[in-house]
Design a protein. Structure first.
Ligand code: DGJ
Length: 745
């Protein structure tokens, strides 16, 4: 996380310009310095970063209490000392007080951040403030149980550019015996008191990920979670809360957060009896257990949170910027995504040397920069019943190894990528026949298969060594630039019989930690290799895995119309700069829908463009069109992958239209994509009002797909495009258009 401070004058100047509508797109970039301060007289901590302020204080009971989370306040604004909320009726003060991190004990009834069972059966933990330190702008607050030597260090690290706060908790066992952590969270976010809140979150399933849901927050609790062993698609670990009244994408206060964890996780959104909304997030408490031995520490995953005064659109833009500038490998300048070709939808498991070479030649002619061979190249892999775990090149399909294909790909000026699914094994494999004990299992119980495969227990040191070892060897022996790391099932029977019973549940944490450590070690030893996180589509996308991977695969659903909805949902937490989007066949295997090649390209060009079709079937006209679209994409990709995204019309609620606009960081280019499902009667496409432009600058418009209305001026001011707007000549079924605005002064 960066702490690059900008001038105060930038903020003040921008605040003025925003009020006049002139500075919307630069509001994030020009920020006052980030500061973290402690006022000893009131025992209040104050963290200011970018456009937000976060205040917490130590109350008279020694509890750490949230005092403010929201828009940046004046440096001189007062913050009186924290005062615990009184109890009443059945409810004790400890539950009513909006605490930053609260353990189960002392009669607590709200969602805890920590629950421990000690060996003597005691399960009561009550934490009080002990000390703190501030290092740069990172605040660490140390709490301790009232009698036992259990310490908790809460860490708050602000990001100067976006105001996003990274929180974690470290539990330390200084008692003289082990104890079991039964539930743990990074912390709790407390919102201002209120009753009119709305929660946004994401739901989905295979080939149907990233559906945005909205619901009013009522007394009670909503749990977003995965019990699947990994992130899952049923929910994604992200939330956003705003006031029910806001309807504009870019207006109003939004509090949002995301968990950086690729194991089973939970985020509890709770409105308590005092109408306090609390959001608590960490590993899933269901079936959780972590034995913490004497002298050991346990640090939670990071829970990131932020505030936007510019609506849900502003919240997304902050997250996108944070991911690119402060989170992804090679931040703050991660490489732009190359245009890639992937063989999966073209050849399935039927990969071989001549077939892949022929596809590579065609892909290179289109301007593709990376050729990726997907599943099927290894072991006895003919279909999804066999081979996973046996990571040697299949001698029938590639009699001379991978080298001839890789050399061919390089000779075509592309780099080479390969599919792997390292954590899995088919029972029909040499690896499983040799090591049946390496999978997650409960002895004597059935081993439930998913896609005919079992999950290797990556928490085991020998499995970790095997997985790292084969990947390292593969990368050492072959000139591979990219791994597509896949993961195609949920956990079942999550037993770890090789360790003592009281440590078996450590698997939930140790598996994920080893997954991360393998990625980190591979990156360190093969710094030029890029990695994609794929999980049968978008089932492992989160801020944890994104620290180690360069891109993610959002969905196996590559239907270009369905993708509008999928990509829209994805973009709420995650940047289109990592969102791979392939152009595939029409009609598509997903739903038999037929779409024009241009429509398919435009849909994919909203993210990181790839091609996944069988190019042997494309006509010369289609290949020519594709070549043009790839070239066009390269001229806008920096804007699409790095810019500020505005959702002008969302495809939500079965909207007939969908329009996105992305403004480049330097403000010189804006790219707009517009899609029409179907028009009826004589109705026209709604007028498009751009956002994020400089009102006084001049921009020239150019449609590179579809047509602007005949009366559209060739050039006009930012004010004109934003307030007068422009019309598209878009009618019919499954039509699309796209245009750029290029700043000329
Ligand atoms: C699931 C992935 O999402 C697909 O893209 C493809 O790689 C298959 N697995 C291969 O088995």
């Amino acid at each position: 996380m960066k702490d690059r401070s900008k001038t105060k004058w930038g903020l003040i100047a921008c605040a003025f310009l925003v009020s006049t509508g002139l500075c919307a797109s630069t509001v994030v970039a020009q920020t006052a310095p980030a500061t973290t301060q402690y006022d000893a007289s009131s025992r209040v901590f104050r963290i200011d970063a970018a456009d937000s302020t976060y205040v917490l204080g130590i109350n008279e009971n020694g509890q750490l209490q949230t005092l403010y989370w929201g828009k940046r306040l004046s440096a001189n604004d007062p913050f009186p000392a924290a005062k615990a909320t009184s109890g009443g009726g059945f409810d004790l003060s400890t539950s009513n007080t909006p605490q930053e991190f609260v353990s189960w004990g002392g009669g607590l009834t709200v969602e805890p951040d920590l629950k421990i069972t000690f060996p003597d059966g005691n399960r009561d933990v009550v934490l009080k403030y002990v000390s703190h330190h501030i290092d740069g702008n990172t605040l660490s607050v140390i709490m301790k149980d009232i009698s036992r030597e259990v310490y908790v260090t809460l860490e708050y690290q602000p990001d100067a550019e976006t105001g996003i706060l990274r929180r974690s908790a470290t539990i330390e066992n200084r008692t003289d015996a082990p104890f079991t952590i039964e539930q743990v969270a990074a912390g709790t976010w407390n919102l201002p008191h209120g009753t009119d809140y709305r929660l946004r979150y994401l739901t989905g399933g295979w080939a149907a990920e990233w559906n945005l849901q909205e619901q009013s927050i009522h007394p009670g609790k909503t749990i977003l979670e995965s019990r699947r062993g990994t992130t899952g698609a049923q929910n994604n670990p992200w939330f956003a809360i705003d006031h029910n009244v806001s309807t504009d994408q870019d207006e109003g206060s939004v509090w949002f957060g995301a968990l950086g964890w690729s194991g089973s996780w939970q985020i509890a959104i709770e409105q308590d009896m005092k109408q306090q909304v609390r959001v608590t997030g960490g590993p899933n408490a269901f079936d959780f257990g972590y034995l913490l031995k004497k002298g050991e520490k346990f640090t939670t995953p990071y829970f990131y949170g932020g505030y936007s005064a510019h609506g849900i659109g502003g919240a997304s833009r902050l997250l996108h910027r944070f991911e690119i500038d402060s989170l992804l490998p090679h931040h703050p300048t991660p490489k732009l995504r190359p245009v890639l070709y992937n063989s999966w939808e073209a050849t399935g498991f039927d990969v071989n040397e001549p077939g892949q070479m022929a596809l590579a030649e065609k892909a290179a002619n289109l301007g593709v920069e990376r050729f990726v061979m997907d599943d099927g190249w290894f072991g006895g892999r003919k279909n999804d019943h066999a081979g996973l775990g046996d990571w040697y090149v299949n001698p029938q399909k590639f009699p001379h190894g991978l080298k001839p294909l890789i050399d061919k790909v390089h000779s075509l000026n592309m780099d080479f990528g390969l599919w792997v699914e390292p954590e899995m094994v088919n029972p029909d494999s040499d690896l499983y026949r040799k090591h049946p004990d390496w999978v997650l299992n409960f002895p004597g119980r059935p081993r439930t298969e998913g896609r005919n495969q079992l999950v290797l227990n990556l928490a085991r040191p020998d499995v970790r060594a095997y997985v790292y070892g084969f990947l390292d060897k593969l990368l050492k022996e072959n000139d591979i630039s990219f791994l597509k790391w896949d993961y195609n099932r949920n956990w079942s029977e999550p037993g770890w019989p090789a360790v003592p019973q009281d440590q078996e549940k450590n698997v939930y944490v140790d598996f994920t930690r080893n997954f991360y450590s393998i990625l980190a070690e591979l990156r360190q030893n093969h710094p030029n290799v890029e990695i994609e996180s794929c999980s049968g589509g978008g089932s492992r996308v989160d801020l944890g895995v994104m620290q180690y991977t360069d891109e993610v695969w959002p969905s196996d659903n590559t239907d270009a119309y369905d993708r509008l909805q999928i990509q829209n949902g994805f973009s709420y937490p995650y940047t289109p700069g990592v969102m791979m989007a392939w152009v595939t066949e029409s009609p598509t295997w997903v739903n038999n829908r037929t779409l024009s090649l241009e429509y398919r390209f435009l849909s994919s060009m909203q993210g990181s463009l790839g091609i996944g079709a069988n190019l042997n079937k494309w006509t010369p006209e289609e290949l020519t069109k594709a070549t043009q679209m790839v070239a066009q994409y390269k001229s806008i990709r920096e804007t699409v992958q790095r810019g500020e995204l505005y959702r002008l019309i969302t495809p939500e609620n079965n909207s007939e239209q969908s329009v996105t606009e992305t403004v480049s960081r330097d403000g010189k280019q804006a790219v707009t994509f517009a899609f029409l499902h179907s028009s009826t009667e004589y109705s026209s496409f709604p007028r498009i009002f751009l956002r994020g432009l400089d009102e006084n600058a001049m921009y020239s418009a150019h449609a590179f797909a579809g047509k602007l209305a005949g009366d559209t001026p060739a050039q006009a001011s930012g004010a004109y495009w934003m307030h007068h707007g422009l019309d598209l000549d878009l009618r019919g079924d499954f039509q699309a258009a796209a245009f750029t605005l290029t700043r000329s002064n």
